[in-house]
Design a binder for this molecule. Structure first.
Ligand code: GRF
Length: 224
């Protein structure tokens, strides 16, 4: 039985800068996010995200995928490392690894990812470049449950921005990243509150089936 004020145990997986991790840490420190990050695990040594975690007093682990001979071996070791912390929620925050079916099934319903596009558009890499090339008027980021299909799990929440004329992929990426930092803590909080659940291949939000992803049109910080 969980009490109202009990924090949900979470583990965060990263591969790089960890700016989404930072947004999640900041939200927990502000009291906007009712989770306790038990550990941050990176598959790459020396990345900035590990420093961010250490600065916040969070336990860090490095599991270098290059030291494993194949994907299943790495995923098994990763699962063991994660489960040591007994998380109720596993958060992928810029974790740049394809996961095995066994791993995904083990965390089914409690595994969230952020993807920098308005899914189902632009799965995979180079999403900003591809949104510009496709002349999309809108672009953004999606928070979704991870299922066996890459970038294909049901989407909880999307944040949208208008694509500007003559914008470079780097400029667009920067604006989408700001959006990511707003929507990920929000979606995680909904999960922690029990408002968002995965049921089969669809999402329940407040116990009702979500017909389409929730959507936030973002407040952008105007640069003078
Ligand atoms: C983000 O754009 C995220 O959507 C993608 O990888 C990037 C990670 O950025 N999956 P950061 O490490 O959180 O700064």
């Amino acid at each position: 039985m969980t009490t109202i004020n009990q924090k949900m145990a979470a583990v965060v997986l990263i591969s790089g800068s960890g700016s989404n991790l930072q947004a999640i840490i900041d939200a927990t420190q502000r009291g906007d996010l009712n989770i306790e990050i038990k550990a941050v695990i990176s598959n790459r040594p020396g990345v900035k995200g590990l420093q961010r975690a250490a600065d916040a007093g969070i336990q860090t682990e490095i599991l270098d995928h290059k030291k494993f001979t194949n994907r299943p071996e790495f995923d098994q070791a990763l699962q063991q490392c994660i489960d040591h912390y007994q998380p109720r929620l596993l958060i992928l925050a810029g974790f740049m690894r394809i996961l095995t079916t066994e791993f995904v099934r083990h965390y089914q319903g409690r595994l969230l990812n952020i993807h920098p596009s308005l899914l189902p558009k632009h799965t995979g890499l180079n999403t900003h470049q591809r949104a510009i090339e496709a002349q999309d008027s809108e672009h953004g980021a999606s928070i979704h449950f991870v299922t066996e299909e890459l970038d294909g799990g049901p989407v909880i929440l999307q944040g949208r921005v208008q694509v500007k004329i003559a914008e470079t992929p780097e400029q667009l990426a920067e604006r989408v990243l700001q959006v990511e930092h707003q929507i990920y803590p929000q979606a995680i909080q909904w999960f922690a509150e029990g408002r968002v659940q995965l049921e089969g291949d669809h999402i329940l939000f407040d116990h009702k089936r979500l017909q389409e992803p929730l959507s936030l049109t973002m407040k952008e910080h105007q640069k003078q």
